[in-house]
Design a protein around this ligand. Structure first.
Ligand code: HEM
Ligand SMILES: [Cu+2]
Length: 577
């Protein structure tokens, strides 16, 4: 009995956490699958970007739409969700030093996700389901495609249920009191995921039945409303997971502890309560909804969730500033920032992810959600520019940053090419920045998203020439060059992680680079081992003046860009009636 328990567990020699073997194996399986999908999605990204770069215009039309469909699905759904389910397993077992109670349930979830995702991707790549990841009817795919997506989704639901089971079991065994902040964030993510997946099922089950001729075609307006319950909700799952990772990376690398952990938790709860209410910002141009519904849904309620993000956006840099000042970098406003560990992959990923998500993704998102402004941005390249700043530069980069620590610890291998890991977040971020600026500006100049041929060469009677302005050519070149750099950054990540897993030196104590001295003792700070007994000798003076200045600079930029969007709207040549 005792021996069996020993076989099923090990104690991590770096973190001192008790590692359940089943949890470990399942995390490995999910992580490897996620990285494979990221690599596939990256190749597709390069091909479609080189097609959108009109001067190159690589792929033929049909193939462009097939690969674009697959890129959206593989990246947004498969890469992200396999990684997130790994995160759910980690947060509910290893981080709590707790046992996995029903390993079989976890494997069932994984098998369904794997089977569904492989089939759905293959359908898209072979031209059976060229419906984009949104699959709006009346676009129609094969029943196999909808079936595969549903199998995948049920797999994720099982994975989420598995998370709740593990968490409840840990609670009952007394392994955990107050949930650690990371687990708390993942709990919010899991609740949001359930809601989103149910909404997605409501959209996709009738569509599946339509594809086998058992039901009439779904009403496109109703489908879109239900679909975005999934599409929007899924992004909030990503948001909660990413914010959890930001806190984790900040505490891991610089020993930052939230200024006010209670407030950070309240901000996470705000996501659960309010974020779904902003879901209609995806269908603001749809005629079926009245203005009142749109205004309420996308403005007043959404702002409650935006406030939550603003709390994290202040709280995390502030925690970093306080920790670094505590380490002696007290002079002036920004010495702490100059002395910060810029060469550590966790810190690099944290900063690039937080900045690009907050500044580029966050501000553009709030602006696009204004119903009137939305009308001049809808379906332009502004949309992909916005969401690549959130879900790629933000979420994906945060996931990459965490991997540089979790992969060596879980696989017990020394990270291969640590110097690549140091540069990789910057390369990826720079590529995405150039890509985002080029794509966003091309959108501002009126170029549509999801479009193979913006020269409209076969539609001469339309007499539109979106490429007439020479600057558009420059923006599209930025899109292409940025994509090349970002793909190199992505490949650096894949190479480092795959190399580590395959041939990294086996060791129970991998060197993780700079880790805050108290990050793992007595328990990882993210696992609730926060220094409550810490005495703060500087109590009374304002502790984070640098972050305050940065926050006001951010707000000023926000106001400027918000105002600019109204000016832009005032300059359109057509009129609203
Ligand atoms: C090297 C990194 C990447 C590059 C260069 C890239 C490039 C592109 C390009 C050029 C498009 C087509 C835009 C259009 O024509 O409308 C696109 C669409 C898209 N990308 Fe990416 N991408 C990258 C990574 C990612 C990642 C990591 C995700 C998700 C986590 C993602 C999610 C999407 C989605 C959802 C679409 C929309 C597909 C559609 O309209 O149906 N991309 N991307
Ligand atoms: Cu949304």
């Amino acid at each position: 009995m005792q021996a069996a328990a020993v076989l099923q567990q090990r104690r991590c020699q770096v973190t001192d956490l008790v590692v359940d073997r089943s949890a470990e194996h399942q995390i490995m399986a999910h992580a490897v699958t996620a990285v494979v999908y990221l690599a596939i999605g990256g190749v597709l990204a390069l091909l479609i970007a080189l097609t959108r770069w009109q001067a190159v215009h690589l792929l033929p039309a049909t193939m462009f739409y097939e690969l674009l469909s697959a890129h959206g699905l593989v990246m947004l759904i498969f890469w992200i969700l396999f990684f997130e389910v790994a995160g759910l397993i980690f947060a509910s077992t290893i981080l709590l030093s707790s046992r996995m109670v029903l390993p079989l349930l976890g494997w069932v979830a994984y098998a369904m996700m794997l089977a569904g995702s492989v089939v759905a991707m293959t359908q898209m790549l072979t031209g059976q389901a060229t419906v984009m990841f949104t699959s709006y009817p009346p676009l129609r795919a094969t029943p196999v495609y909808y079936g595969a997506v549903l199998v995948f989704a049920v797999g994720v639901i099982v994975g989420v249920v598995h998370f709740f089971v593990n968490l409840l079991a840990a609670r009952r065994r007394g392994d955990v009191g107050t949930l650690p902040l990371f687990t708390f964030a993942m709990l919010a993510a899991a609740i949001l995921a359930l809601w989103s997946l149910l909404s997605g099922a409501a959209a996709l089950i009738p569509t599946f039945l339509w594809s086998i001729n058992l039901m009439p075609a779904p009403d496109p307006g109703v489908y879109r409303l239900l679909y975005w319950g999934l599409g929007h909700g899924a992004q909030q799952v990503n948001l909660a997971a990413m914010v959890g990772i930001w806190y984790a990376l900040a505490s891991l690398v610089v020993g930052a502890k939230p200024l006010n952990e209670g407030l950070s938790r309240v901000a996470i709860v705000l996501y659960v309560l309010f974020i779904q209410l902003g879901s209609m910002h995806h269908i603001l141009a749809d005629a079926g909804l009245n203005t009142w519904v749109k205004n309420i849904n996308t403005s007043y309620f959404m702002y409650a969730a935006v406030i939550a993000s603003l709390i994290h956006a202040f709280s995390i840099p502030a925690a970093v500033e306080r920790a670094l000042r505590g380490q002696g970098h007290r002079q002036g406003l920004f010495t702490w920032l100059r002395r910060a560990p810029w060469g550590e992959p966790g810190f690099a990923a944290l900063v690039v992810s937080l900045l690009m998500f907050g500044v580029l993704g966050g501000i553009s998102g709030v602006i696009m959600g204004i119903p009137s402004v939305h009308l001049i941005q809808h379906n332009t390249l502004i949309a992909p520019a916005h969401f690549h700043m959130t879900v790629v530069a933000g979420t994906t980069l945060a996931f990459m940053g965490l991997s540089y620590y979790l992969v060596p610890l879980i696989f017990q291998r020394q990270i291969l090419l640590p110097s690549w890991a140091r540069f990789q977040p910057y390369v990826y971020g720079l590529g995405m920045l150039i890509w985002g600026l080029g794509t966003g500006l091309a959108g501002h100049w009126g170029l549509p998203r999801r479009h193979w041929d913006v020269s409209f060469s076969s539609l001469t009677e339309m007499r539109v020439d979106l490429l007439a302005n020479p600057e558009v050519g420059v923006f599209l070149a930025l899109l292409g060059i940025g994509a090349l750099i970002a793909v190199i950054g992505g490949a650096m990540f894949v190479r480092t992680i795959v190399g580590t897993i395959a041939v990294g030196r086996r060791t129970a104590t991998p060197d993780l680079g700079l880790v805050a001295p108290d990050a793992f003792r007595p328990l990882p700070a993210v696992a609730g081992g926060s220094g409550e007994d810490e005495v703060d000798e500087h109590h009374g003076e304002f502790e984070v003046p640098g972050t305050l200045v940065l926050s006001f600079a951010f707000l000023a930029l926000f106001i400027f860009l918000y105002g600019l969007s109204w000016v832009e709207m005032g300059e359109i040549p057509w009129r609203f009636r």
